[in-house]
Design a protein around this ligand. Structure first.
Ligand code: PLP
Length: 389
């Protein structure tokens, strides 16, 4: 028998997403836990994928990604933000944003380096930093009373900070970096050697007239940072796992050293499909309508919960809405999220899974068909009614 190996990540168990999805399946509950849309991808994209397969695109894509797709990413950012990334040396296509974020952390964080991360946070960052031998300095995004504080992240950076991780729109809280945030961060870290890793996978999905925020549009931060995006999130095709990284050649070169021995290259026919679909009228139309489509879904969900004892701050971006359960329960949101999956047929993510809890809160993924959202509203209203005293 093989002896149990010494774990490199001893404190890590099954993720809450896997657990809640399994629980939802076991109890035939609505799964608003995991962050994937149940909406279909645009038809033209699926057609383009079928065509790519019939066209015989079955072998490895180039290590950095198909040039046409890299050109689209660079052109798209230059149109939106006036940036000037070179597709040859400053853009990399990988197996979802997550593989590139992971690769960038392995490539750029050295043993003992400190990385500043806002919590609650997407669950990839901390283990990736740990595997690189770095130290995570966690900065709470939430005040004790539950209000948001994005500026705490800036104040936490100091001369010894190797890297700061931004995520806007933010998973799980749905916050978007406010105007002036990037300038304030750039001013603060100007004297330091701090790198910026900007997770922008929900980038264009911003609500209530907010502007999309990207370090690509910020001269000083783009010079010392990498911006990450995800085709899966933008095209309701998370299973395709194709994303991009945009950063100066010096950083891209290091990232690619890890990327080429990690996945090397990803989904050649799917890259070809993206390359063909994105510049079409349907592709452009899809991207320009994305924010409005998701805002409508957020508003549908929140309108459905009006008059209950759930409370919330409307998500500023992305497709997650946090619901505050302090008027329903005391303490353990994890216990209740599991219980409500069993008893009320709805799976959500308790925010305590992401960080030390302040108040009991649940994350709801609203990237769902309206019928799913309406069924979720019924369950959430029942929960509220059952807990109203
Ligand atoms: C904040 C954040 N970053 C990155 C990812 C991963 O993106 P991809 O599916 O392109 O790897 C996710 C997916 O949930 C996410 O929420």
């Amino acid at each position: 028998m093989v002896r149990r190996p010494k774990s490199k990540l001893p404190n890590l168990g099954t993720t809450i997403f896997t657990e809640m999805t399994a629980l939802a399946t076991r109890h035939s509950a609505l799964n608003l836990a995991q962050g994937f849309p149940d909406l279909p991808p645009p038809e033209g994209l699926v057609d383009a994928a079928v065509k790519a397969l019939h066209d015989g695109i079955h072998q490895y894509a180039p290590m950095a990604g198909r040039m046409g797709l890299r050109e689209w990413v660079c052109h798209h950012h230059s149109q939106q933000f006036g940036s000037n990334y070179c597709p040859e040396t400053e853009c990399t296509i990988g197996a979802g944003a997550s593989s590139l974020i992971f690769g960038a952390i392995q490539a750029l964080v050295h043993p003992g380096d400190e990385v500043v991360v806002q919590t609650p946070a997407y669950d990839l960052y901390a283990p990736a930093i740990q595997l690189a031998g770095g130290r995570c300095l966690e900065v709470p995004l939430l005040h004790e009373e539950g209000s948001w504080d994005p500026h705490a992240l800036i104040q936490a950076c100091h001369a010894g900070t190797r890297m700061v991780i931004l995520n806007t729109p933010h998973n799980p809280t749905g916050t978007v970096c406010p105007p002036g945030f990037l300038d304030a961060l750039a001013d603060h870290i100007e004297p330091f050697d701090t790198l910026v890793l900007s997770d922008e996978v929900y980038g264009p999905i911003v609500h209530d007239g907010r502007a999309q925020v990207s370090i690509a549009g910020h001269e000083r931060l783009s010079a010392r940072g990498i911006a990450f995006g995800s085709f899966g999130k933008l095209l309701q095709a998370t299973g395709w796992k194709i994303g991009w990284a945009l950063g100066p050649a010096e950083l891209t070169q290091e990232l690619r050293k890890v990327h080429q021995y990690d996945v090397f290259s990803t989904g050649a026919p799917l890259q070809a499909a993206l390359e063909a679909f994105l510049p079409t009228t349907e592709g452009l139309h899809h991207l320009s309508g994305l924010a409005a489509m998701y805002q409508e879904k957020r508003d549908r969900l929140l309108a459905g919960l009006e008059g209950t004892i759930w409370t919330w701050t409307p998500a500023e971006g992305g497709f997650f809405q946090v619901l505050d359960a302090r008027q329903l329960i005391d303490g353990d949101d994890g216990h209740w999220a599991r219980e409500w999956t069993r008893t009320h047929g709805i799976a959500t993510i308790p925010l305590s899974a992401f960080h030390r809890p302040t108040t009991p809160q649940l994350r709801i993924c609203f990237a769902k068909e309206n019928a799913t959202l309406d069924a979720a509203i019924v369950s959430l209203r029942r929960i509220a009614a059952d807990h109203a005293h």
